[in-house]
Design a protein around this ligand. Sequence first.
Ligand code: AMP
Ligand code: GLY
Length: 443
Amino acid sequence: MSINSSSSKGYSRLENVLIIGNGGRENSLAWAIQKNELVKKVYLIPGNAGSERINKCERIRIDINNKNELVEKLDFLKINLIVIGPEVPLANGLADFLREKDYKVFGPGKDGARLEYSKSWAKEFMQDANIPTAKFWKVNSLEEAKKIILSSSMPLVVKADGLASGKGVFIPESKDECFKSAESIFNGKFGNSGDVVVLEEKIQGPEVSVFALCDGKSYLLLPTAQDHKRLNEKDKGPNTGGMGAYSPAPLLTKDYLDRIIKEIIKPTIDELNKKNIDYKGVIYFGLMITNSGPKVIEYNCRFGDPECQTIMPLMDQNFVFLLEKCSMGNLTGDEKIDTPDKVSGCVIATSKGYPHKYKTGFPIKIGKIDSSDCQIFDSGTCFNKNGELLTDGGRVLSIVCQDKDFDLVFEKAYKNLKEINFDGIYFRNDIGHQVRKNFSSEN
Ligand code: AMP
Ligand code: GLY
């Protein structure tokens, strides 16, 4: 790969990279990006306390919605590449705005982000491209929803159409619950995000996450991953943002992944092109592996969290070049990701009460960590005025380890977790149970 060209802004390429976002995902991106020797500085807006422990990283505290101040700052810092982490700024068109200002941006424009911010649009998109997904009905009123719920012979899932911080999906046990879920959405539980409701056939099977880096025409797949969405062990309890993950997902053999590429990934890229959407960013395919083949549960327009923390340590220093190539529409199709001969796993430590109400501000004590092939990416932390590390979110820390196999990975992760403490710390002990040979639920 050539590494010497200068940027369109006239200063040295990739010297200064900016990441927008404040979670474990963004910290892991920063950590992977700073590995490249061309990168002198990685700025995070706003980042969190953990960003300050990452080599070459600096936090910038400005409001991204104040566009004048943002552009002034980017010019002052001579930013070469911008990576937008979360879905909300993407849905608000931040990538479009920054591209208009001639910045290289990794992250789709508002048109591409629609894959995530409108579930009904995404379903229609899949229908247009003949991409396998659960049957669905888009409804605009409770009356309409009621008719479909009463006449449906299959169990249904109820979803708010728009963004709802991962909370807009209901999996009811009865028609009555189904009706109540639709009612709560139409009654404004998620504001405008619930003006439209999507009812879906409930499908079954293990879930996997597949990430494609896209440059508008071509794509490149990252290692696959499996997330653990439920709060409690044995996959019980409420849905969360994700309690842990592992990568790659052995469930997806090469042949099965080829099938996913043929039936889902290529048709998605083709349909984006057909709709004139110049998608420069990552597409997150949330898939369910059903008896009748792979189906798309959802698209996201960003990296998954905690999948990103899990995958980033498998990337080498060329990762930032891939992001840059995507931002410029320059993937050649010949790029390869050389992953080490290792697998990776992540366990999330949360605040007591998450994903419902929880308290923050508890001091975090970190003892003796086995740091070989182990990273701690802060998900929600801050410093108090004495510089003490405090909890500052529902998901607090991502503990990520790599090793030759998943037993060794999770042995190390859980050993390190014993060294970490804060009031109300909670984590699942069974992350990776599907791939830990020595795992027994009695552990
Ligand atoms: P989403 O926010 O769309 O990822 O949905 C959250 C979770 O709800 C998914 O990870 C699935 O576990 C579950 N889910 C969503 N849609 C369906 C469906 N059609 N059938 C079964 N489960 C679903
Ligand atoms: N890990 C699930 C998500 O990022 O939506």
